[in-house]
Design a binder for this molecule. Structure first.
Ligand SMILES: [Zn+2]
Length: 424
């Protein structure tokens, strides 16, 4: 299902023309604003941007610059155009505020409506929105999109998992919107109270805001008897909805009339070839409050294809996010992401989807302990197989602890998987 056929199936050549025009316009907005960010583009003449490739002449925008501009010094609009704000959910450091105009909210509704359609959610659906309605952008983003498509909205917000399940059944929810690890909590509670997802009308979940492996996805789909869609987007770029995967499940479409996506080498910042892994860099093309040129998202992914997808959309596809540059772990000279450990653990059906990766320093040397929860008895054969698989992946032996179900803490918000004790 396609929400905006003309745009979503626009031939690449036309799409790129539109991108170039909008890129220049975005640059103009910043240059003509009072934003501190405009200093960077002082020496750049908008007319020097002649092709899309010229984007590489423009400097990156880093998260740190937005932090330093707290609260509003990176905002490109005058007060009279401000409508509302959202704030990054970063747990450390100064938060980043995104001030939105009326047009920004409009843009957000449009991309979210497209995301719902890509997930097969329409006006016939009943949408239960479980991210919070507040400074975090999730709740409102899902709300605007659902309004745009004319779905019935159940704006329950975060927490109250028992009530979530009760409503899901009694109000006949068909689509669930959530932070990617939240279904695990719902599955837990369902188990406790003997709730059967098969007896509900739930058919789809749109999940994001966290990295979740393919194995986690399978686990959620099987246990909840649903189809899932992976949505991306962040406060800085205008909230959830910059892209989503479609029924082809072969990459996440990024709405290219709204964003330019580049993948660059994390160290050098040089663009990499399509298909090569690197950091996702996003340029906003229609945002007014916080227009961003070449924003370093810190998300690791790769371009899967710029060809037309089997769903009919022409907008490029990136791989599901593997991790964030800040999340990369380095132990005994080996670099890896928590999601890669997750992918190994979750292949074991007798383990719950909860785990911790504990980083320690023992005798001055880095070491890791992986704590996994058993759902049922883990046999010594299975344990040995897991041990070998982790060894094959890491190239060194790590400690593995299998603990009883319910031992690992279930935080209310985003999941906490890595515990770093190296600094203590
Ligand atoms: Zn597609």
């Amino acid at each position: 299902m396609i929400f905006n056929k003309e745009i979503e199936t626009m031939p690449r050549e036309e799409l790129e023309k539109l991108q170039l025009k909008r890129l220049k316009n975005t640059l103009r907005i910043i240059k003509n604003s009072n934003s501190l960010l405009k200093e960077k583009y002082k020496g750049i003449d908008v007319e020097d941007i002649k092709t899309l490739k010229d984007i590489t002449k423009l400097p990156f925008t880093q998260k740190e610059e937005l932090r330093k501009s707290y609260p509003f010094n990176h905002t490109a609009q005058e007060n009279k155009n401000w409508m509302r704000m959202h704030m990054s959910s970063g747990t450390t450091g100064t938060p980043i505020i995104n001030v939105m105009t009326k047009n920004d909210i409009e843009q957000w509704s449009e991309i979210m409506a497209r995301c719902y359609y890509a997930a097969g959610v329409t006006s016939k659906d009943r949408v239960q929105i479980t991210p919070s309605f507040g400074l975090f952008n999730g709740g409102f983003g899902f709300h605007y999109g659902a309004e745009r498509i004319g779905a019935f909205i159940i704006p329950i917000g975060a927490g109250r998992s028992r009530l979530q399940l009760k409503f899901m059944e009694e109000l006949e929810t068909t689509a669930l919107c959530a932070i990617a690890s939240y279904p695990l909590r719902l599955m837990d509670v369902a188990n406790e109270i003997g709730f059967d997802f098969k007896k509900t009308n739930l058919k789809t979940a749109i999940l994001g805001a966290e990295v979740w492996s393919d194995e986690m996805r399978k686990r959620i789909e099987n246990e909840m008897n649903i189809d899932t869609y992976d949505i991306i987007g962040m406060t800085e770029t205008g909230g959830v909805g910059a892209g989503i995967d479609c029924e082809a499940k072969n990459g996440i479409h990024i709405w290219e009339d709204q964003y330019i996506a580049e993948i660059v080498n994390t160290k050098t910042g040089e663009p990499v070839e399509d298909g090569t892994e690197g950091e996702l860099v996003l340029t906003t093309l229609t945002r007014e409050g916080l227009p961003l040129i070449r924003y370093r998202t810190r998300d690791i992914t790769k371009i899967i294809s710029k060809d037309v997808c089997s769903c009919g959309r022409t907008h490029l596809r990136i791989d599901r996010l593997k991790g964030r540059t800040d999340d990369m772990l380095k132990v005994k000279g080996v670099n890896f992401y928590p999601s890669q450990i997750e992918a190994i653990l979750l292949k074991y059906k007798n383990l719950t989807p909860y785990y911790n990766i504990v980083l320690e320093k023992i005798n001055g040397k880095g070491n890791i302990t992986i704590i996994a929860e058993r759902k049922k008895v883990v046999t010594s054969d299975e344990f040995n197989k897991l041990n070998n698989e982790l060894y094959d992946f890491l190239g060194f032996h790590c400690q593995i602890q299998i603990v009883p179900s319910g031992t690992i803490e279930r935080p209310a918000g985003k999941a906490v998987r890595v515990i770093d004790k190296r600094l203590n």
